[in-house]
Design a protein around this ligand. Structure first.
Ligand code: FSX
Ligand code: SF4
Ligand code: F3S
Length: 313
């Protein structure tokens, strides 16, 4: 039987052609830094995964922008894709259960998939006053994370808040908010960005499905395929104050999109992320292309380190 036949039929019933899906896989393969000979492997890993890793998704102190960015991309079928490759056992924002039933679901999922599930965390954790600054269902975020994260096969932090504390950790930070790794003293894979780019979560998961391990990371726990270069080194606006190499590399259309925003406070030179190549909304645009300086939203402590925004560094 053709690999993933049901999957393609389901996509087609949503108006997504196989061609659209392969275009997405080509984009994903390039984003993951793999050669194009892997496109079919990437497509197979999504269409007919050998295993669907169970996922428990926690929402702690955050604005839910991370889930929004995941579910509201230009691809109306990305939710389908995510649900195809992952087996989401618990997700506070998208599940139907509430109250005691939700608590029970979480407890049961942790017990059933102990040592096997991926824990995706959105949001920071309050550490002062026994974590009293952040609670859900009568339990502190700190206690929930302590209960769930150490039982996981891997902890993936989605967004700057869970990775490094984010806006909750900005001065004066009365609740003592920090990222998950720091709060629990564990190693996490971090996908910072406020919000992060969903393609980097999909890339991380596909890497796990293809190779059975998490991607290589830098000293801040960020996957190198996405955070290995700074924004400035990949920015087409550089062509206006540097050299013509960018015109050659990106083409004259990209290179003519406007002047450098450094004097308007762009933090691209100090920010590591793949926004210029992965872009947002299904690859259509990213802040600097839209005319807004990069505010460094994926860097640790960016609210303290990079404010006031719109002022030259
Ligand atoms: Fe933080 Fe995410 Fe910014 Fe918001 O969950 S990274 S405030 S986009 O929602 O955590
Ligand atoms: Fe660098 Fe920002 Fe200028 Fe782009 S707009 S070249 S990232 S300083
Ligand atoms: Fe954030 Fe800068 Fe990218 S503000 S979204 S890291 S361009």
């Amino acid at each position: 039987m053709e690999k993933g036949k049901d999957f393609y039929e389901r996509l087609e019933s949503k108006g997504v052609s196989r061609r659209d899906f392969m275009k997405y896989c080509t984009f994903l393969t390039a984003t993951m830094g793999l050669s194009c000979s892997n496109i079919q492997n990437v497509a197979d890993a999504i269409a007919s995964p050998a295993q669907r890793p169970p996922v428990i998704w926690l929402n702690l102190a955050e604005c839910t922008g991370c889930t929004e960015s995941l579910l509201r991309t230009m691809y109306p079928w990305i939710d389908e894709l995510i649900l195809e490759i992952l087996s989401i056992e618990y997700h506070e924002t998208i599940m139907a259960a509430a109250g005691h039933q939700a608590e029970e679901n979480l407890h049961n999922a942790v017990k059933k998939y102990k040592g096997k599930f991926i824990c995706v965390v959105e949001g920071a954790i309050a550490t002062k006053y026994d974590g009293a600054y952040g609670k859900v269902g009568g339990k502190t975020f700190l206690d929930i994370a302590k209960e769930v994260c150490p039982q996981a096969a891997a902890v993936v932090c989605m967004g700057t808040c869970s990775s490094f504390g984010g806006i909750q950790a900005a001065k004066p930070n009365p609740g003592g908010y920090v990222g998950v790794g720091e709060a629990l003293g564990i190693k996490t894979l971090n996908l910072p960005g406020c919000p992060p780019n969903p393609v980097n979560l999909v890339g991380t998961i596909v890497n796990y499905l293809l190779l059975g391990k998490l991607p290589d990371m830098d000293d801040k726990g960020r996957p190198l395929f996405a955070y290995g270069k700074n924004i400035h080194d990949q920015c087409p606006r550089r062509s206006h104050f540097e050299n013509d190499e960018f015109v050659e590399e990106f083409g004259s259309e990209e290179a003519s999109m406007g002047y450098c925003l450094y004097k308007l406070g762009c933090r691209g030179p100090e920010t590591y992320n793949n926004c210029p190549t992965a872009k947002f909304m299904g690859g259509t645009n990213w802040p600097v292309q839209a005319g807004h300086p990069c505010i460094g939203c994926s860097e640790p402590d960016f609210w303290d380190k990079f404010t006031p925004f719109y002022e030259e560094m």
